[in-house]
Design a protein around this ligand. Structure first.
Ligand code: HEC
Ligand code: HEC
Length: 495
């Protein structure tokens, strides 16, 4: 038996609130959401899933206010790290906004708005990409917009080596600058990451139980994350590549696939959302700071509840997936070149999951996706094609692995957990519609995005540059068949 009596209670609140203005909408998103159990039950039916998605969409689009807990609270001279979430100053002491280190928007949707940037006018919608102005400016302590002659930075990155460190056209900057990607197809990506993590943890366990000297290849879903060598007695030496954070202490910590964020820092979309709430809004999730705790000292507790984060997560992972338009002969030729040049070694056209059901867990345990699972989402129901093996195909054009992209794409971030040259492989599904390109949106065309590749991608990039112009055009023509969904989330807006 489903729980028919429970769900209509909050549904009534939803419809009433939705129809009667911002104040109630605000209260809905911040105070009323189905519980974990109600959400889990609702996910089992198509209409239930739709209702939860609508709830999540409301959290995604709610403009958070100061009474909701927007902001980091009054200035506290005892705080040690003025760049950390929860302790930031405001610009000119305006009391609300900073913009250059978060506190930069009121709603998630302020930045994730463009569904197709290839149409004129652009097609707007919920959960899309952001343009340049929507970039997030992350944790800088220096932005030398005047290109000062006294050049305060100790490093010469980005500078022409033949010029002295003085005005040289480089506005030094030591934060991250990131262009908003879309949320489309996120469920397939999250399921792949979870299955890969399960496999890598298992391979690690195999190595721990194997005789000294045994080498276990860390290959999952056809992607190679290096190897682990048994040192005997349960000890191992990890030779991992493209995975792990600097702060990871054990091999179990390292072997967690983190596909979200352009650096590949977050293991689920919910994990990303927790940070997004804190960074952009100064909204402290209960699941981070605890119930009843006013971590940022702004006089508001329980700024976003566990249940609200749950429906937001459901919305994230059920966003429709991008699709490929039928290929004409020229695009076919482009697809062949994409393979021949080696683009596919990172941009894997399709990965297949073992299962079609995405498990949702709370609390989430990074290295154990099977822990605390409260419900499942059938990814076929949200538009993924089933595979004969019981899984789904995820046509993402990526490998969920990080790669060294060379000095030209290097960031100068001083607080990173990931080398400044490394980024997770950009998923190219939908790429026809998502300009500008590259992590900070610096490439206004696909051609430029490809030309900027370096590091591990240097050979493929050089091979592209060496192609006759006509062949380059075929390859780009193929990428232009990779489209974002038509009218994503439109059904959630209907009365
Ligand atoms: C100021 C603009 C801005 C706002 C507001 C914003 N985002 Fe984002 N979003 C970004 C940027 C930029 C990135 C890429 C971040 C990175 O590379 O680390 C991103 C990435 C993401 C991702 C990862 C997508 C992927 O495939 O890697 C998710 C999920 C996401 N945002 C959800 C949210 C949610 C939920 C909110 C509201 C709580 C939100 N965003 C608010 C700019 C924004
Ligand atoms: C070694 C792995 C690797 C190879 C090989 C590779 N790429 Fe990439 N690609 C990446 C990574 C990582 C990014 C993200 C870089 C960033 O954001 O700074 C990326 C980004 C892109 C982007 C921009 C995506 C966006 O959303 O901004 C395009 C387009 C692209 N690659 C096309 C290609 C093509 C075409 C080839 C073959 C000529 C290729 N790549 C080869 C790893 C690779």
């Amino acid at each position: 038996m489903k729980k028919p009596m429970v769900i209509p209670v909050w549904l009534t609140v939803c419809c009433f609130a939705g129809a009667s203005g911002a104040q109630q909408l605000d209260e809905l998103a911040v105070d009323v959401a189905p519980t974990l159990e109600e959400t889990a039950a609702a996910l089992e039916t198509a209409t239930g899933l739709q209702d939860i998605r609508r709830e999540g969409m409301l959290v995604f689009t709610t403009p958070f206010t100061v009474p909701d807990g927007f902001g980091d609270g009054p200035f506290d001279p005892n705080e040690v790290d003025p760049l950390a979430f929860g302790h930031r100053p405001t610009l000119q002491g305006n009391g609300t906004l900073l913009r250059v280190n978060g506190l930069d928007a009121q709603s998630c949707n302020e930045c994730h708005t463009i569904v197709k940037h290839s149409t004129l006018p652009p097609t707007l919608g919920i959960g899309g990409i952001g343009g340049m102005v929507q970039n997030a400016i992350i944790m800088p302590s220096l932005i030398d917009v005047a290109d000062s002659a006294d050049d305060r930075v100790g490093y010469a990155l980005g500078h022409d080596p033949d010029l002295p460190l003085e005005p040289d056209g480089v506005a030094d900057y030591n934060g991250r600058f990131a262009n908003p990607p879309f949320l489309f197809g996120g469920g397939g990506v999250e399921l792949l990451a979870k299955e890969m993590t399960v496999d890598l943890q298992w391979l690690l366990e195999v190595a721990r139980l194997s005789p000294r000297g045994t080498v276990v290849a860390l290959v999952t879903h056809g992607v190679n994350f290096g190897a682990v060598v048994s040192r005997g007695g349960g000890e191992v030496e990890l030779l991992a590549e493209g995975i792990g954070l600097e702060s990871d202490e054990t091999p179990e910590d390292v072997l967690v696939v983190r596909p979200f964020g352009r650096k590949g820092e977050n293991f689920t979309m919910r994990d990303f959302d927790r940070g997004a709430m804190q960074f952009h809004f100064g909204i402290q999730p209960v699941e981070v700071v605890g119930a009843g705790v006013d971590e940022d000292g702004d006089g508001v507790t329980d700024e976003v509840s566990i249940d609200e984060m749950t429906v937001l997560h459901v919305f994230d992972v059920t966003n429709p997936r991008p699709f490929i338009e039928p290929l004409d002969p020229a695009a076919e030729r482009g697809a062949q070149l994409f393979e021949k040049l080696g683009c596919v070694s990172c941009h894997r056209p399709v990965l297949e999951t073992r299962n079609r059901y995405l498990p949702l867990a709370f609390p989430e345990v990074p290295n154990d996706p099977k822990a605390n699972v409260y419900g499942f989402i059938d990814l076929v129901q949200v538009g993924f094609d089933p595979s004969p093996n019981g899984g789904v195909y995820v046509p993402l054009f990526a490998d969920l692995k990080r790669h060294d992209m060379g000095p030209r794409l290097r960031e100068d971030f001083e607080r990173g957990e990931i080398p400044n040259t490394d980024f997770t492989t950009a998923r190219l599904w939908g790429i026809a519609d998502t300009a500008p390109y590259i992590h900070d949106g610096r490439a206004t065309t696909l051609r430029k995005a490809i030309e900027l590749h370096g590091g591990e991608a240097r050979p493929a990039r050089d091979a592209f540059v060496a192609l006759p112009h006509e062949e380059q055009a075929y390859l780009i023509g193929f990428l232009e068949k990779l489209r974002t969904p038509d009218n994503p989330n439109e059904e959630l807006l209907l009365p």
